[in-house]
Ligand binder design. Structure first.
Ligand code: GUN
Length: 282
């Protein structure tokens, strides 16, 4: 059993981005990422801080817009509009979910598709469907990069994704399909979940429930990817997979923390670099 080291792979990706950023800066373009955080959700604050830290590491300019939970939809959309028009901002990221009363989808649609480094805009989502895209969604693309780094071949494999969110589950299925996986997406209405997951060569858990995937749900020798970020009964950070009991059945497994999370951020850096290039025809 191999524990996939997301920190290590993400460090390699960020090194590559940093080196390409140096070249871009030499040509007069410093990639700029705007990070919008509305409200005071502690988890979102941690994610945003990590994204800013990564920007610093690779040599981007990052600008944080921390808005109170009382921000109105109009105020938020006005900020997005201003950022859409700023030449020095190449990527715009609004940390989701937004506090109650604000509409995630309205903000996603307001961000210029050219600056949509999360790849959440319907124009970018559509382009991913047909395989003609500039940006890939950060978490699924980070997972694919991790599989590649460990030479895990998807072609012809039974791939099972648990979770059908627009951010992870649905695009994850699509990226696995692009690499010729046979993909099943499971969700809360799925019948006989255990029978389906127990046939997975590659199992991606993106449910949002602590230790939901237990050993009896996993096939011997499976690759298990854990997208979860939860707190267990003792308040300790844990994934959607019961790591301690599942790990010995796996050929590969990602830990939480130190698995998928750092890869999400590494992909965000890649997307922002690409956005800066595209916007400057470089
Ligand atoms: N919330 C959970 N994951 C993400 C992500 O990848 N991007 C943004 N903007 N918000 C998120």
């Amino acid at each position: 059993m191999v524990i996939i080291d997301g920190k290590k792979v993400s460090a390699q990706v960020k090194e590559q981005v940093a080196s390409e950023t140096k070249e871009l800066i030499a040509q007069g373009v410093t990639p700029g990422l705007a990070v919008i955080l509305v409200g005071d959700d502690p988890a979102s604050r941690v994610y945003v801080n990590n994204k800013k830290k990564a920007c610093e590491f690779v040599g981007f300019k990052s600008e944080e817009f921390a808005l109170p939970a009382t921000t109105t939809q109009e105020e938020l959309l006005a900020l997005v509009d201003e950022l859409n028009n700023r030449k020095d901002i190449n990527g715009i990221l609004c940390q989701l979910p937004l506090p109650k009363g604000l509409d995630d989808n309205a903000v996603i649609e307001a961000i210029s598709p050219l600056k949509d480094v999360d790849a959440f805009h319907k124009q970018n989502v559509g382009r991913i469907m047909i395989g003609d895209y500039d940006f890939l969604p950060c978490t699924p693309a980070g997972i694919m990069e991790m599989l590649h780094a460990y030479d895990i071949d998807v072609d012809g494999k039974n791939c099972v994704v648990i979770g059908r969110s627009n951010i992870v589950g649905k695009p994850m299925g699509m990226l696995l399909l692009h690499e010729n996986g046979t993909v099943t997406i499971c969700h809360s209405h799925t019948k006989n979940l255990k029978e389906i997951t127990a046939n997975a060569d590659i199992l991606v858990a993106a449910i949002g429930r602590a230790k939901f995937v237990t050993a009896d749900m996993v096939k011997e020798g499976a690759v298990v990817i854990d997208v979860g970020m939860n707190r267990d009964e003792n308040g300790k950070l844990c994934g959607d997979v019961d790591f301690e009991n599942v790990k010995d059945k796996c050929s590969y497994i990602t830990p939480v923390p130190g698995g998928v999370g750092p890869m999400t951020i590494a992909t965000l850096m890649k997307n922002t670099l690409k956005a800066a290039r595209l916007q400057n025809n470089l």
